[in-house]
Ligand binder design. Sequence first.
Ligand SMILES: *Cc1c(COP(=O)(O)O)cnc(C)c1O
Length: 404
Amino acid sequence: MSDRRRHELPPTAGLPLQLADLWPGRRDLATRVATQIGSPPLILTCSGSAAFMVALKTLAARNPQRRRVVVPAYTCPLVALAVHQAGLEVVPCDVRHSHFDFDPDSLRNACDERALAVVPTHIGGRVADVADALAAARAVGAAVIEDAAQSLGARAHHASVGLAGDMGFFSLATGKGLTIYEGGLLVARDPRLRSELVRTAHELARPDFHWQSRRCLGLLGYWALYRPRGLRLAYGKPLRRALRANDPVRAVGDDFSLPLPLHAVGTWRQAVGARAAVRLPDFLYACLERARRHVPHLKSIAGVRVLEDAPDTFGTWPFFLLVLESSRWRDAVLEQLWPAGFGVSRLFIHALPDYDYMQGIVPATDVPNARDFAARSLTIGNSPWLTDADMDRICEVLERTRCS
Ligand SMILES: *Cc1c(COP(=O)(O)O)cnc(C)c1O
């Protein structure tokens, strides 16, 4: 698709900021979000990964003899890096066929008395099977940490995600809905555990002028550029450059390095987030309405599977996660749509063991379903600017390339 498009759609639905959000104000971001989602008090951290590290360090201090952390083999590379930085061992566990949930048999093989934690992961607003992770973890005395980085606002069985396990965390990074450019929220139901987490979080998060200023500038940039015209510069150009250089890992921003920063979050960004958070419920509802309109269309294409809500769960819709019948078809779609400004992209490029930079961090493991998921899946950003005409074009390409 070679037409020069008027605008650039983002790969995920971020909540846009308004000028009035930028004034200094009360830093009650964590309290406000906790009230919205009906959770116990939330602990604000400088990133989702930082929240995860706080959880891991706290657990490791309680159980020094347990060192293994079982994570889905298809997840954000930051998860593996955070485990490593916390001084623990990553155990990648294969997922179910055509899904991101743990494969129940692989999970039981991965869990033994050396396991510190199991990390069921709510991908793209879809609610993961926490009950099975809990069963496998409890059988060996391990804890469950829900990775809800991509799913703030999602609910399961009438409660927010993150509350069924021992702990849960959300990300406030750019593109994950509500954002303060980089940030995280950590939750635990048990008050004793929570006060230990608060202590760990405080120890890890020192004030840091350098990171604090960088994140403030980043948030200003987000306010200025997170709109179709700005996204062309901030997202589209670097994306197309990475694709031309044949570097898909850079194209989706999967190229991370250690150490992950740990620092306090300043007052101003908290105030900005708190103001934007007021609009989050309406924003998520609008995303849901678009999903209700578009998912039937996508599903009507033979050979396309759209990941939807499991019974009694109510997810959020930052993007549509599709699994196509073949990787050849998936690649043909991406060749046309990835550079074309429609917000079509991939989630994570590889299964965890397959990133070059994971050598020495993630053990080489046979994870066929995770590899297959990486090869056959794609995402369509469900941003406020996605029009019916955009979706028609996307569906047209899906249909046209099917037998390629
Ligand atoms: C983004 C993400 C993280 C890490 O969150 P950050 O705020 O970027 O550190 C963890 N897990 C998943 C599934 C993610 O998508």
